[in-house]
Design a binder for this molecule. Structure first.
Ligand code: NAD
Length: 444
């Protein structure tokens, strides 16, 4: 394909060289004469392992050239990759001014393609710079449409293709990625990107543009969280006289619960007899060491916010008759200790809501037999409101709140009546099966 790459910094120069190495005809564009001159000489404008060799080879083969003028690079291009910087503004917000300027120049050059007398070729403009959800469709598409006179999806394509390379191993990352995310505004844009990455970049996954924009931030936030977490473990272990490297080596060995997809689906707060208690003990120990561990000691506060949010969400419907399905902190146990849904129920019972409760793992006689004192002091509302019959609880409710993923709640969707609201805190239902009534989750 014929590719124009706008911005020859860390992302753009790697991208240009790797695509040229794959046989695409690449023209790199930068406002910096120095970077353009570097490429023209067959040298790398940045320090990056493997890049000088790739650039030298591609320039010699004639598959990579460079210019300071976007207008020279666009005519004839099938795909334009925008890789300019998106720095932090003074207030921490994202500064899109460089990308907007680059898009305006790309759009003006596109006018010659999509406008009267133009070739009418379908050019796909692909943002690679990191930008927040909504930026491409809300802020850059209008710039491109206004400057080109064309409509995205009709006269030209628009897409977002996040860059996941790591400096230092950028070339390896380009060729050896697990996946390449293609946020496509239309089918033709998706097809152009698939052709561009054919044979490299791992699995090619097409998504809506905002999903691709957000994924980049989610990945980077998670990486930063991992570093911060491991560093806090390191500082804490030192105070305990424990070998931090050994602890984390063993922690990483567990690929079932630790390094895995476990616990990584958005839903409701955690609870139960262990996590809250153990986090409290760890924070308390850190305080005793006079040790500041902001990540570890903020986890419970973050958890509390989900409980407060669930209460707000339920109250927003202004209906008095509520059903709560699933009371224990997870399905298949009758352990009610520190179950977060009980905090939601307690708050709403206290406000006078008419509440009925159901949980297939809870037998009131057994709970009272084993934990009478706990129920009487912490959950006095439970015995008179718990019902064994799910139909009775559903019939009562204007709002049905699902608090754990008990198997029998999974198929509840078709039983929701018109006018009823489902608040599915744990993504137990397939929302498409709720044909009558309204469906709401905590996480979209
Ligand atoms: N550096 C990384 O490892 C990395 C990884 C993934 C994503 N990203 C993201 O990719 C984007 C680019 O990052 P980078 O590190 O390559 O930035 P960079 O600052 O190294 O390069 C940006 C280049 O764009 C050029 N430029 C700016 N405006 C231009 C215009 N109108 N026309 C032509 N060229 C123009 C600049 O001269 C510069 O050379 C950012 O959004 C960044 O967050 C960076």
């Amino acid at each position: 394909m014929r590719v124009a790459v706008v911005g020859l910094g860390y992302v753009g120069s790697v991208c240009s060289a790797c695509l040229a190495d794959r046989g695409h005809a690449v023209v790199g564009v930068d406002t910096s004469e120095y970077k353009v001159e570097c490429i023209r000489r067959g040298a790398s404008p940045i320090v990056e392992r493997g890049l000088p060799e790739l650039i030298a080879r591609a320039v010699k083969a004639g598959t990579l050239t460079a210019t300071t003028r976007i207008a020279e690079a666009i005519p004839g291009a099938d795909v334009v990759l925008v890789c300019v910087g998106t720095p932090s503004a003074e207030d921490g917000s994202l500064d899109l001014s460089h990308v907007k300027r680059a898009c305006a120049e790309v759009g003006s050059a596109l006018r010659g393609v999509v406008g009267p007398g133009g070739s009418g070729a379908f050019v796909t403009v692909v943002m690679r710079s990191t930008m927040l959800p909504g930026s491409v469709l809300g802020e850059l598409q209008p710039v491109l449409e206004q400057t080109s006179g064309g409509r995205a999806g009709l006269q030209f394509g628009i897409a977002y293709n996040p860059e996941f390379l790591r400096e230092g191993t950028a070339v390896e990352d380009f060729f050896g990625a697990d996946y390449t995310i293609l946020g496509a505004g239309c089918d033709r844009a998706g097809a152009a990107l698939k052709q561009l990455y054919d044979g490299v970049g791992g699995e090619l996954i097409v998504t809506p543009i905002p999903t691709a924009e957000m994924l980049k931030y989610v990945n980077n936030s998670f990486h930063a969280l991992k570093v911060a977490f491991a560093n806090e473990v390191g500082r804490w272990a030192k105070r305990e006289g424990v070998d931090a490297q050994e602890v984390m080596r063993l922690m990483r060995r567990d690929t079932k619960l630790n390094l895995s997809g476990a616990y990584l689906s958005p839903g409701f707060a955690f609870g139960g007899s262990c996590l809250p208690k153990d986090l409290r003990a760890a924070s308390s120990r850190a305080r005793r060491h006079d040790l500041d561990l902001p990540v570890l000691s903020s986890i419970l506060r973050s958890n509390d916010v989900h409980v407060a949010d669930a209460i707000h969400l339920i109250e927003r419907f202004h209906r008095r008759k509520l059903a709560f399905l699933g009371l224990s902190f997870k399905a298949g146990t009758d352990d009610l200790r520190e179950s977060p849904i009980l905090r939601v129920i307690g708050a709403l019972v206290g406000k006078g809501y008419d509440v009925r409760l159901h949980d297939p793992s809870l037998d009131m006689d057994r709970v009272l037999g084993a934990n009478r004192r706990f129920v009487e002091s912490e959950l006095p509302y439970l015995p008179e409101r718990l019902r064994a019959d799910l139909d009775e609880v559903l019939a009562h409710a204007e709002v049905v709140v699902i608090g754990n993923r008990s198997a029998e709640y999974r198929s509840l969707g078709p039983r929701i009546r018109a006018g009823q609201v489902v608040v599915d805190l744990v993504a137990a239902l397939d929302r498409g099966t709720v044909r009558a009534g309204e469906y709401h989750g905590l996480a979209g």
